[in-house]
Design a protein around this ligand. Structure first.
Ligand code: SF4
Ligand code: SF4
Ligand code: F3S
Length: 267
């Protein structure tokens, strides 16, 4: 419940792997403890909360009631829609029902990860559960997408801190992503870019062209069409990101066509 002026946050998990939460747990500036103890009041989060069962449900509903119209709703995971959404249920309610109930009183919704933003891996054809993103279900609330699988936790934290500081949402692109993090293509700042410009491409994993750090475009890199700051922000405070460790970008921050095509190419 809102305390010390810190806004209440309700975090729902649906069809997902919890990688988005796991990624956030490894952030260091600020740390997750600073975030949830000093900056927000995290009233419900199935992975982090101590309570379970009826106690947890009570926390959820107490917070929704006490913070009507004021809480931030964070959603992690896609929402199954086929067969009335029976593929994901918590506390006897489908993900669709829980989302609609929690969205009603939210001031804004953050969809963390590609699952919650656009349906993610679960929605790859034949999409057996009819998985969709939050924006396909909720139409009457401000929704911020922080895609990525998982997204860089600093893109999420920066969005939360922006909202807490300026009391408004950051500027978003046409896919609902904050422009400060998703306003450029990763190709623009990739360290392999000089090889791309010079026409030097890695031909196969493990061969000398790969070992010499040549561009991964011919191994399927989607960097030229992927909007994200991975090549600048990097991950886990160790300076690495997929392309730096030799794997092509699969466009995990992008919706349908790019990401799903990349996944289909792998299977
Ligand atoms: Fe897991 Fe990726 Fe979905 Fe996050 S976006 S919950 S990391 S599958
Ligand atoms: Fe662009 Fe990918 Fe080549 Fe980097 S590795 S320069 S992102 S195509
Ligand atoms: Fe995803 Fe590509 Fe970045 S796969 S993590 S957008 S480098």
């Amino acid at each position: 419940i809102e305390k010390n002026g810190n806004p209440a946050v309700i975090w729902l998990h649906f069809q997902e792997c919890t990688g988005c939460s796991e990624s956030l747990l490894r952030s260091s500036h600020p740390t997750i403890s600073t975030l949830i103890l000093d900056m927000i009041s995290l009233d419900y989060h199935e992975t982090l909360m101590v309570g379970a069962g009826h106690q947890a449900e009570k926390s959820l509903h107490d917070s929704m009631k006490a913070n009507q119209g004021k809480y931030i709703l964070v959603v992690e995971g896609a929402i199954p829609t086929k067969q009335n959404g029976i593929f994901c249920k918590v506390s006897g309610k489908t993900a669709m029902e829980s989302l609609q109930e929690a969205a009603k009183g939210a001031a804004a919704i953050i969809s963390i990860g590609t699952c919650a933003s656009y349906g993610g891996i679960q929605s790859v054809a034949p999409n057996p559960t009819g998985a969709v993103g939050v924006r396909d279900i909720v139409k009457d609330k401000p929704i911020i997408n922080i895609p990525g699988c998982p997204p860089n936790p600093y893109n999420f934290l920066s969005t939360v801190l922006y909202y807490l500081t300026f009391k408004k949402l950051p500027e978003l692109d046409n896919l609902g992503r904050p422009k400060f993090a998703y306003g450029r293509k990763i190709h623009e700042h990739c360290e392999r870019r000089p090889h791309f410009d010079a026409g030097r491409f890695a031909k196969a994993y493990g061969d000398p062209t790969h070992a010499q750090g040549y561009c991964l475009y011919k191994l399927g890199c989607k960097g030229p069409a992927t909007s994200a700051n991975c090549s600048v922000q990097r991950f886990n405070d160790v300076g690495a990101w997929p392309v730096s460790i030799g794997h092509p970008c699969i466009g995990c921050t992008e919706p349908d066509i790019l990401f799903k095509t990349a996944i289909a190419e792998k299977v």
